[in-house]
Design a protein around this ligand. Structure first.
Ligand SMILES: Cc1ncc(COP(=O)(O)O)c(C=O)c1O
Length: 416
């Protein structure tokens, strides 16, 4: 795997109880039961460090960025740009100019799709896997509808791993872009993205990796991967909503036309013409989500100060514990068992609709997700319209896994 190794040296030793104490929401009760939050793949909870950083910004040092000549504007601009530097370091990009703040993972992908749109010719191909999130499908459908691009689909194997033969077949000299998840939000699959990128580059195509799930679970190095674009969402990295990022190799971003027009993204505007600012500002029209960016910076600094190797081992142990117990539940199907998968557990239980399961589990204080998870092509491949999904974060515990499985058994008894 081409992620950065997660070294333990000089990091805070991982202690799940100590970490839990940093997340105020985890002490609340739901329906009289302690909250067990297993909906982390949708959105993770926030530590005090993030809440405090955002509150501090609004209490002490808030103004618009990049425009002012006064102290508060300068301080806020500094904090905003420090957050950009935090993202750069987090994914080991070569320069801060390669990091664009967006309002989330979805917008980041749309910036690339809209940007390459002008150069797409009828018959140009976009290759994507069937396990993509709709965010990494619909923008490419726009290119199909509007520009005559052709979408080519890469299959997954029985265990949910990416079918590399299928990828090889779909790539061709007509491929403009491979748009691939770095971790499936349903199957947890982590494709061999380094190999996939090398294959796509050999075919002359660029590669966009959707890192919305991977960024929090893996240690990402965009330079080792050689990704052309990499996308992440703040709210899944223990940061706030309303902020995400697009990494693009400098030459790629420099060649990409702007997405939205407005203030800050221009160099000059006259009655007759407009010239654009350089990246990343060219893609950050208007007042950006300033406090949210500061919150994301705080989240990344907080996470980076933890022992990420120990956290990885902890989440994998939770996954193994849950899988071992769920395998014993009659009528339960696990979706996605690929080696090296992330801490995301989608499952179906015979005779029980996922929505009913989620509602019954909620009465036990357990928050899971149920639905198509914005992955309808994958659902149709699995032959289901929806699944239940539990996903683990660094603050989850073995006790919570056991309580979840016990609650699931009760739900099963109720529904059958
Ligand atoms: C794999 C994946 N890609 C993209 C997204 C979209 O991210 P956002 O909702 O932050 O725009 C999600 C969110 O669930 C996701 O899981």
């Amino acid at each position: 795997m081409a992620e950065r190794s997660m070294t333990s040296a000089s990091r805070k030793p991982f202690d799940v109880d100590a970490v839990r104490a940093e997340f105020p929401i985890l002490s609340r009760m739901v329906h009289g039961k302690p909250l067990i939050y297993f909906d982390n793949a949708a959105s993770a909870q926030k530590p005090e460090a993030v809440i405090d950083a955002m509150a501090h910004a609004m209490r002490h040092s808030y103004a618009n960025v990049h425009r002012g000549l006064h102290t508060l504007a300068n301080e806020t601009t500094q904090a905003y740009e420090d957050a950009r530097e935090a993202v750069r370091g987090f994914i080991n990009a070569g320069a801060i100019e390669e990091i664009v703040f967006t309002k989330g993972g979805t917008e980041a992908i749309n910036i690339v799709a809209a940007g390459i749109s002008a150069s797409i010719k009828p018959g140009d191909e976009i290759v994507l896997s069937i396990m993509e999130h709709h965010s990494n499908i619909v923008p490419w459908h726009f290119l199909r509808e509007r520009k005559g691009a052709v979408l080519k689909w890469v299959d997954v194997n029985e265990d949910g791993s990416l079918d590399m033969d299928s990828l090889a077949k779909q790539l061709s000299p007509k491929t403009r872009l491979l748009a691939l998840t770095h971790m499936s939000n349903v199957l947890g699959t982590v494709p061999d993205v380094k190999a996939a990128i090398a294959m796509a580059h050999a075919a002359g195509a660029d590669v966009l990796l959707d890192g919305c799930q991977a960024a929090v679970n893996l240690s990402v190095d965009v330079r080792v991967l050689d990704a052309d674009y990499y996308v992440g969402a703040g709210h899944k990295i223990y940061g706030p909503t309303g902020i995400g990022f697009l990494y693009g190799k400098r030459a790629k971003l420099d060649a990409l036309p702007p997405f939205e027009g407005g203030g800050e993204m221009i160099e000059t505007v006259t009655r007759d013409l407009v010239t654009y600012n350089a990246a990343p500002h060219r893609f950050e029209a208007g007042t950006p989500p300033i406090v949210e960016a500061i919150g994301l910076g705080a989240a990344i600094r907080w996470l980076s100060a933890q022992d990420r190797a120990a956290i990885h081992a902890h989440k994998q142990a939770l996954l193994t514990r849950a899988v071992d117990q769920l395998r014993g539940v009659n009528g339960l199907t696990l979706h996605g068992t690929a080696p090296g998968k992330g801490p995301v557990l989608a499952f179906s239980l015979q005779g029980a609709h996922p929505h009913d399961l989620a509602q019954i589990l909620d009465r036990h204080g357990v928050a899971i997700r149920a639905g198509h998870h914005c992955a309808q092509p994958l659902m149709s491949h699995l032959g289901v319209s929806a699944t239940a999904r539990a996903s683990f974060a660094l603050y989850n515990t073995a006790w919570e896994v056991d309580a979840f499985v016990a609650a699931l058994s009760k739900a099963r008894a109720m529904l059958s």
